[in-house]
Design a protein around this ligand. Sequence first.
Ligand code: NAP
Length: 289
Amino acid sequence: MKFLVTGAGGQLGSQWCRYLNDRGYAHSGLRSSELDISDASAVEEVLDRFKPDVVINCAAYTRVDDAEREVRQAFLVNETGVRNLAIYCQAKGVRMVHYSTDYVFPGTREDQVNHPSGYAEDAETAPVNMYGESKLAGEKALVEGNPGSLLIRVSWLCGGGGPNFVRKMLQLAMEREEVAVVEDQTGTPAYASDVVDKTMQLLELNESGTYHVSSSGSLSWADFAEEIFRLSGNHTRVRRVSSSEYKTVASRPYFSLLSKEKIRKLGIEPVQWRQGLLRLLNEIRDEVS
Ligand SMILES: NC(=O)c1ccc[n+]([C@@H]2O[C@H](COP(=O)([O-])OP(=O)(O)OC[C@H]3O[C@@H](n4cnc5c(N)ncnc54)[C@H](OP(=O)(O)O)[C@@H]3O)[C@@H](O)[C@H]2O)c1
């Protein structure tokens, strides 16, 4: 079984390549410079050359604030790019895995009350920003182009290569005594290594359709930051602020919790968020030592 990973230079793409490499799977990881998924002829030419059995699409436009003005670019990658891969995979009988986000949901405070264990896979979508709109358009393009594909929504992705919230907090802890972090946005992190593990389990079960993968529990970004500092032995304080005090260009959902009931029914148990964090902090420590 040969895997092809797109967006191999990103958080999840690099984690996938590490996983496949460590376990001896035949694979190719392609960075954006090697394959631009928004170019349909490049997709055809490159995939014809690599002849994968499974395409893992980790390529995405993920700059949430920039997406508000770079709308065309965000849709080009997150919708057109996904459509290109989906159509190719459908035509050639290649298995396709794609990732999406909690940002397809409205994440209102009312939903926090109405969905106490998080959004189910079939809950109503209504993004609050352009990034979410472009990812939702990508979901639709995927299902239309390749109905048998596996679509996995993750939230608060951390791990693999490149910047993420955990690394950012560890960096800030070296520079500051206090960090302002929002306390009114609730969700739960998805750890890249766990997302890869769970995706593999879903592939092995030959699952298709939409699944939510993230850790269990529920917390705010401020809770997360406090735990990162505590577990890493830093004495930096967290100043808990509201979203209205911490202005961003794009609106963010207040509520990002994804229900994991559907994977649980398959016997796949999500990692508890604190355990996942401990594991990630150890991985980061191993990288620098
Ligand atoms: N990060 C999160 O908190 C989060 C949360 C929920 C869902 N997700 C989803 O999870 C998936 C993985 O996210 P991530 O955090 O690993 O993203 P990431 O670190 O930003 O990586 C995305 C990768 O895609 C590449 N890329 C961009 N445009 C491309 C194009 N046209 N063709 C090919 N590659 C292209 C980027 O390359 P360049 O850097 O060279 O542009 C980058 O290496 C995405 O679908 C994302 O929407 C992420």
